[in-house]
Design a binder for this molecule. Structure first.
Ligand code: C2E
Ligand code: MG
Ligand code: MG
Ligand code: MG
Length: 287
C-alpha cells in the first residue's frame, strides 16, 4: 500500500533526523566540556619558503580528542561550533594559545609567522577586535607576525562587511591570508580591494599537479602571476609529493605547506625543527 510505505519512509527519515539531532546535541555538550581542557590541542604545520627550505611560518590547527567520541576532525566540530556559538570561546582559546606559543618560539630565535584560522561568526563580532588587541598585548608579539586566515568563500559571502573588517585588521598591522583560494569565486577587482598579504591556493588545485597535466599547471601559473602582480605572497597547500614541489618551484610559488614537507604536529616536534634550523644557521655563520 502506497500510504503505508509512505508512512514508513517518513518515520525512517524522522528516526534518522532524530539520531542526527541526538548526535549533534551530544557533540555540542562534549565540545563545551572540552574547551579549556587537555582534550583540545593545537597542532602546527610547517610552512616552508621554497627558495631556502626554511620554515618561515606554522599554521595552527585544532585537534580534539574526546573521551566519549574519540578523535573528532575540525571539519566536523568547527562547523558545529560556528552554528552553536561555541566558536567564540574556542576561537579565543586558539588565538591565545597560538600567540603564547609563538612568543615562546621567538625566544629560540624564530622570526616566522603564526597562521591562525578565523571563522565568519568570529570575525563579524565586534568584540573580536578587543580580543585580538588583548592577545597581542599579552603575548607581546609583533602584530605582523600573526597571520589570520580567512576563507575566500567567507569573504565573498559578505563582501562589504569583510572589506570593513579587513581594513580594521590592517589597522592593527596583523597579516592576512585568503585561505582555500580558488574555491570561492572572488573576482580580480575584489582581490585588489581586499588589502591582504597572502593567497593560499586551495589543495584541490595542488592535487592534480603532475608533469603530464599541463592544465593544472596553467592554473597555478595564472594564480601566481596575478598574485605577484598584486604583490601578494603565494602559499600552496596540500603539497604531498616531490613532483608537486618541483612544479611549484618552477612556477615560482613562494611557500609550500603539506604532508610532503611536514604534517600538522604537536608543539614539541615543531620545536625540534626550529632548533635544528637555528643550529644550522649558527654552523653556517661560523663556517
Ligand atoms: P585549512 O585551514 O584549509 O587547513 C588545511 C587542512 O589541510 C588541514 O586539515 C590540514 O591538516 C590538511 N592538510 C595539510 N597538508 C595536507 C596534505 O598534504 N594533504 C592533505 N590531504 N591534507 C593536508 P584539518 O587540520 O583537518 O583542518 C580542516 C579545516 O578546519 C581547516 O582547513 C580549517 O578551515 C578548519 N580549522 C582547523 N583548525 C581551526 C581553528 O583553530 N579555527 C578555525 N576557525 N578553523 C579551523
Ligand atoms: Mg587554513
Ligand atoms: Mg585551506
Ligand atoms: Mg579549509
Amino acid at each position: 500500500h502506497a500510504k503505508d510505505s509512505g508512512r514508513s519512509t517518513f518515520s525512517f527519515f524522522a528516526r534518522d533526523m532524530d539520531k542526527n539531532l541526538t548526535e549533534r546535541l551530544q557533540m555540542e555538550a562534549a565540545l563545551k566540556e572540552a574547551i579549556g581542557t587537555e582534550q583540545l590541542q593545537l597542532y602546527y604545520q610547517p610552512q616552508v619558503l621554497i627558495s631556502t627550505g626554511q620554515v618561515v611560518g606554522v599554521e595552527a590547527l585544532m585537534r580534539w580528542q574526546s573521551p566519549e567520541l574519540g578523535s573528532v576532525s575540525p571539519g566536523r566540530f568547527i562547523p558545529l561550533a560556528e552554528e552553536t556559538g561555541l566558536i567564540m570561546p574556542l576561537g579565543a582559546w586558539c588565538l591565545e594559545e597560538a600567540c603564547r606559543q609563538l612568543a615562546q618560539w621567538r625566544q629560540l630565535g624564530f622570526n616566522g609567522l603564526m597562521a591562525v584560522n578565523i571563522s565568519v561568526r568570529q570575525i563579524l563580532r565586534a568584540d573580536f577586535f578587543d580580543l585580538l588587541e588583548e592577545v597581542l598585548a599579552q603575548s607581546a608579539i609583533p602584530a605582523d607576525r600573526l597571520e589570520l586566515e580567512l576563507t575566500e568563500s567567507l569573504m565573498m559571502d559578505n563582501v562589504e562587511a569583510s572589506l570593513e573588517v579587513v581594513q580594521r585588521l590592517k589597522g592593527l598591522d596583523v597579516s592576512l591570508a585568503i585561505d582555500d583560494f580558488g574555491t570561492g569565486y572572488s573576482s580580480l577587482s575584489y582581490l585588489k580591494r581586499f588589502a591582504v598579504d597572502c593567497l593560499k591556493i586551495d589543495q584541490s588545485f595542488i592535487r592534480g599537479l603532475r608533469e603530464d597535466n599541463q592544465q593544472a599547471r596553467s592554473l597555478i601559473r595564472a594564480i601566481v602571476q596575478m598574485a605577484h602582480n598584486l604583490e601578494l605572497n603565494v602559499v600552496a597547500e596540500g603539497v604531498e609529493t616531490p613532483e608537486q614541489l618541483a612544479i611549484l618551484t618552477a612556477e615560482e610559488v613562494d611557500v609550500a605547506q603539506g604532508y610532503y614537507l611536514g604534517k600538522p604536529m604537536p608543539a614539541s616536534e615543531v620545536e625540534v625543527i626550529l632548533r635544528s634550523q637555528g643550529v644550522t644557521l649558527r654552523v653556517n655563520e661560523k663556517g
